[in-house]
Write a protein that binds this ligand. Sequence first.
Ligand code: DC
Length: 237
Amino acid sequence: MNQNHKIIIAIDGYSSSGKSTLAKKISNILKYKYIDTGAMYRGITLLAIRNRIFDSDLWNIRNFMPVLRDVHFKFIWNNKLNKTDIFLNEENIQSEIRSLKVTKKVSLIAQIPEIREKLTIIQKNFGEEKGIVMDGRDIGYSVFPKSELKIFMKGSIEVRSFRRYLDLQKKGEKVSYEEVKKNIIHRDILDTSRKISPLKKSIDSLEIDNTYLSIEDQLNLVFQLINRIKKNNQIII
Ligand code: DC
């Protein structure tokens, strides 16, 4: 397949709106690389915790800059577990970044301009050869404003909270539905109100409200658009 025919698919949306589920399915079908940018912000948060940046003055980012300068990320397909693992400086951080201690601090880290700048550069590099599905909050709006397909995902607070609650229960975490809901409402506020690159829907994106939609329904919508892009541009994606 001609590399030039591949496209970039940007998926943005609210916490627990099913971005990664949809992104993984699309990347599997198209044999594209899947890049989870939330995992990158979580990775930097883990580094910040390890470097004790939260113990002192968070906004004194200067101490953290040398650490930040040297970071590199890799996303590698794990055949055994049938999922993509994320490596930060050669360390597999896939499970550690999902911990509660990282989740609680990540929104703070995602507000720091120097960190957003650094991660945006890395994310743009991932897209150089196209053929990627990238999900996050600012991908269609600011990382790849010219991406061929942009998707914006949302869903009711209740449905998103319940999905997240079930996920956490499966992992054995003892947390109530009300607590999960409170955290999602809090993250929505932080994601949409931060000064730099807030979560925002670009006008040229396909909006999917999946409160009542199955994953098959969502894939149908997305592939209708992909087929239209293929036909209009006479390309193989
Ligand atoms: O998708 P997630 O919950 O793993 O994301 C973790 C945090 O990172 C979330 O608080 C929003 C932030 N984030 C961001 O600011 N920009 C992105 N492109 C992706 C995530």
